[in-house]
Design a binder for this molecule. Structure first.
Ligand code: PLP
Length: 442
């Protein structure tokens, strides 16, 4: 059985030298939780510059869906790199982009009659959706949720309401965004319980926001994540997303599904919205779609993506190498990897749920497939957030050879590459449990 192998004090001597250079030249705005200086990766394993081997439960922020350097993806990228790296889909045509667009139109819910815009990142796919919604609707406003994360460019940041540091001193942002409470049932802002709440959070939009703050006929689109990612891996109750669909249909508001983190099989279905048997009008995709190459995608029904030449474009978006990486990724996902995410997700959930019953400091375990969050608290009654302890657990796991990431104020996310096997999963969960016990002295 393969296990992490830590052969130096962390960070090791070579890592320390890189960290010194990093601190001199790299923007201090990044949010590194621990000093992992990674040199190579294969499957669910990564090796740092000193030869320490870590089990990666972060997948590079939910990106390497098919694992680090999947041989079939590497082959597709290498072959494409020797054929054509760049031409720009803005001014030219190339088969790789067209082939991928056809596939995307097929796999995104809502029939094949769609059009696809290629960008380079999640935020760019959101920017595209924001501009498209305004253009098509000729309406200025947007709705978004508290706790949401849609990116850090000015448009996307205006929708984002996850952590205050992401917004502080960047005003003025778009003033036409109204934020409404997400269905975060573990900490319901209305202090209600599902299902007896009758989805009071959705009713609040209709009864209060639309009557007192934002006229619905001025709202172009409502942006939502089917599972909030950076906000803390928050899974809404069953009826929430269908209710958003109904609300948007009632007022002719476009429903924009940000699947940047939850998409591409991560939740055990190609897109998380499929768990709720609901269809959006516009979809945003990035992260896992190209197994690590930069690619952002905005998809809409053809009747919605009706803007003329020149209204939106991107020099690099959908470059040939990213496109073939995405086509190969989707092929691999459809041929077993999504099923694996669903199956191993259940195993991980069962074990984490049983930890929840043992330890009072595990407030909530939630997720779908291999997109799982564990919310840590002082105790089950007060539910007081324990950010420092959460950070300490993440650090402790790193020292034991497991790469984890926090999410939200006081949660830890589990997003391993989706090719993970059960043995590797249990090894990671063993380390997690050991780290929890040490930090919480349990
Ligand atoms: N949307 C969601 C749901 C995300 O989780 C993220 C990134 O974490 C983004 C958008 C922004 O993506 P990127 O960092 O590629 O711009």
């Amino acid at each position: 059985m393969q296990k992490p192998k830590i052969i130096t004090a962390l960070p090791g001597p070579k890592a320390r030298a890189f960290l010194k250079r990093d601190s001199k030249y790299i923007s201090p705005s990044y949010t590194r939780s621990y000093p992992a200086v990674i040199e190579t990766g294969s499957g669910v394993w990564v090796t740092d510059v000193d030869g320490n081997i870590f089990l990666d439960f972060s997948a590079g922020i939910a990106v390497v869906a098919t694992g680090h350097c999947h041989p079939a993806v590497v082959k597709a990228i290498s072959e494409q790199a020797s054929k054509l790296i760049h031409m720009s889909g803005t001014d030219f045509y190339y088969p790789y982009q067209i082939e991928l667009a056809e596939k995307i139109a097929e796999i995104v819910p809502g029939g094949k009659n769609k059009k696809v815009f290629f960008a380079n990142s999640g935020a760019e796919s959101v920017e595209c959706a924001m501009k498209l919604a305004r253009y098509h609707q000729r309406r200025p406003r947007y709705l978004a949720f508290t706790g949401s994360f849609h990116g850090r460019t000015f448009g996307a940041l205006s929708l984002t309401a996850s952590k205050i540091g992401q917004r502080k001193y960047f005003a003025p942002l778009l003033s036409e965004v109204t934020h409404v409470p997400y269905a975060y049932c573990y900490r319901c802002p209305f202090h209600l319980e599902y299902p007896s709440c009758n989805l009071g959070c959705v009713k609040y939009i209709d009864d209060v926001i639309f009557k007192k703050i934002a006229p619905p006929e001025e709202i172009a689109a409502l942006f939502f994540e089917p599972i909030q990612g950076e906000g803390g891996y928050v899974v809404p109750p069953r009826g929430f997303i269908p209710a958003l669909r109904d609300l948007c249909s009632k007022y002719d508001i476009l429903l924009v599904d940000d699947e940047v983190q939850s998409g591409m099989g991560r939740t055990g279905k190609m897109f998380a919205i499929e768990h709720y048997s609901t269809k959006a009008d516009i979809y945003c995709i990035a992260k896992g779609v190209a197994s690590g190459l930069p690619l952002g995608i905005c998809v809409a029904n053809s009747g919605i993506m009706d803007w003329p030449p020149g209204s939106h474009a991107s020099t690099f978006g959908g470059n040939p190498v990213s496109c073939v990486a995405a086509s190969k990724t989707i092929e691999l996902l459809e041929n077993g990897i999504i099923d694996n995410a669903a199956k191993l997700g259940e195993i991980a959930m069962a074990r984490l749920k049983s930890l929840e019953t043992h330890y009072d400091f595990i407030g909530d375990v939630r997720g779908k497939g291999l997109m799982i969050g564990v919310e840590l608290v002082a105790d089950a009654i007060t539910k007081e957030p324990v950010k420092d302890k959460r950070d300490a657990v993440v650090y402790e796991a790193f020292e034991e050879g497991l790469l984890l990431l926090g999410a939200g104020e006081t949660s830890i996310r589990f997003v391993p590459p989706m090719i993970i096997n059960e043995e590797e999963l249990q090894v990671g969960l063993d380390i997690f449990e050991k780290s929890l016990k040490k930090i919480f002295k349990a």
